[in-house]
Design a protein around this ligand. Structure first.
Ligand SMILES: Cc1cc2nc3c(=O)[nH]c(=O)nc-3n(C[C@H](O)[C@H](O)[C@H](O)COP(=O)(O)O)c2cc1C
Length: 314
């Protein structure tokens, strides 16, 4: 049987995200994939409540699932999505980042964190690839965090992102149909997904623009100054998405380049090993809190003051 490829759109129905995604998926289908596509607007999806039952369970070695499992469609979608060989996500840019509908869906992925669940033996490892399509009414400048936030929300399910594309200057419904080059780029996304799937796992690599973004590891365009991380690790500069650590170096032609340090991928968030360190961190910080009666008692004795403060609401 062929590869399974799914498209997830968070855009308006039959508008730019849907159209670009369909262009990409058509190529996958022509190349033999079994294709599924959903638009998140067709589903009942609730916001993560922040209950942390999932990570509390995982930090104690248990697979508790999500406390909203029976209340909306997330689990139903994930049961199909996690069985895919590849998923292409398409989201509209709202206020420089992906729309809240996309984020609402993806923030619920913590309960399905493959690194954490593999680490506690609840699931076995599965290799997946992915690609991202961002759509906005303006230039990349006004979509500065869309692909970055999208990628940050895909690594919890270990999607190896092989290509990503920002469709710029298409504010109106279906306006992308006026831009043949953007439709062609979406088709390239589809063919890159199939190329990756037809490549042995160990040899799968980034297939987008070779020099895309600042980060040579995840190709994000977003760097930040490094600060001490859990247990003191610190780099001068970090990639805001994958956490690669290194520094800015001036090249011979006078341009700045982000160079990853020798130990800069120790906590690479796109790898299960790297996220496994974060799993240990959560076990230490959150698990350490819940397992310590003194800490819990101290918080319980201090929190009432804040519960009693009632400012005027609206
Ligand atoms: C609330 C809101 C905020 C938006 N913010 C941005 C923005 O920051 N940058 C941008 O390029 N486009 C922005 N847009 C435009 C949409 O990204 C654009 O209409 C896009 O085509 C929507 O994709 P769709 O047609 O697939 O739904 C915004 C639209 C809305 C409704």
């Amino acid at each position: 049987m062929g590869f399974k490829v799914m498209g997830v759109s968070a855009g308006r129905k039959d508008s730019n995200c849907d159209i670009l995604l369909k262009e990409a998926l058509l190529v996958c289908q022509e190349m033999g994939a079994e294709v599924t596509m959903i638009n998140l607007k067709d589903y009942n999806l609730l916001d993560c409540t922040g209950c942390t039952a999932c990570t509390m369970g995982m930090s104690m070695g248990k697979h508790t699932g999500c406390s909203l499992d029976q209340k909306d469609d997330k689990k139903k979608i994930m049961e199909v999505l996690l069985e895919q060989d590849a998923v292409i996500f398409a989201a509209p840019t709202f206020a420089l980042m992906p729309s809240s509908e996309y984020l609402k869906f993806m923030h619920r992925n913590l309960a399905y964190e493959t690194a954490f669940l593999t680490k506690i033996g609840a699931i076995s490892h599965r290799d997946r690839v992915g690609a991202l399509i961002a759509v906005g009414g303006s230039s990349r400048s006004w979509q500065s965090m869309t692909l970055e936030c999208m990628q940050a929300s895909t690594f919890s399910n270990s999607f190896k992102i092989v290509d990503m594309f920002t469709a710029t200057m298409v504010p109106a419904p279906a306006q992308v149909l006026l831009h043949e080059e953007k439709l062609a780029r979406a088709r390239e996304i589809g063919s890159n997904i199939m190329k990756a799937l037809n490549t042995p796992v160990a040899e799968r690599k980034w297939l987008g623009e070779p020099d895309a973004g600042w980060c040579p590891n995840c190709h994000s365009n977003c760097l930040c100054l490094g600060e001490p991380q859990w247990r003191g690790l610190q780099y001068p500069i970090e990639c805001a998405v994958c956490g690669a650590g290194g520094d800015l170096v001036k090249t011979e032609d006078g341009k700045w380049k982000f160079v990853i340090a020798a130990n800069g991928l120790e906590r690479d968030r796109t790898s299960e090993e790297g996220r496994g360190v974060h799993c240990d961190e959560i076990a230490d910080t959150q698990g350490g809190f819940f397992m310590d009666p003194k800490k819990r008692e101290e918080v319980a004795s201090k929190v009432q003051k804040y519960k009693d403060i009632k400012f005027k609401g609206i």
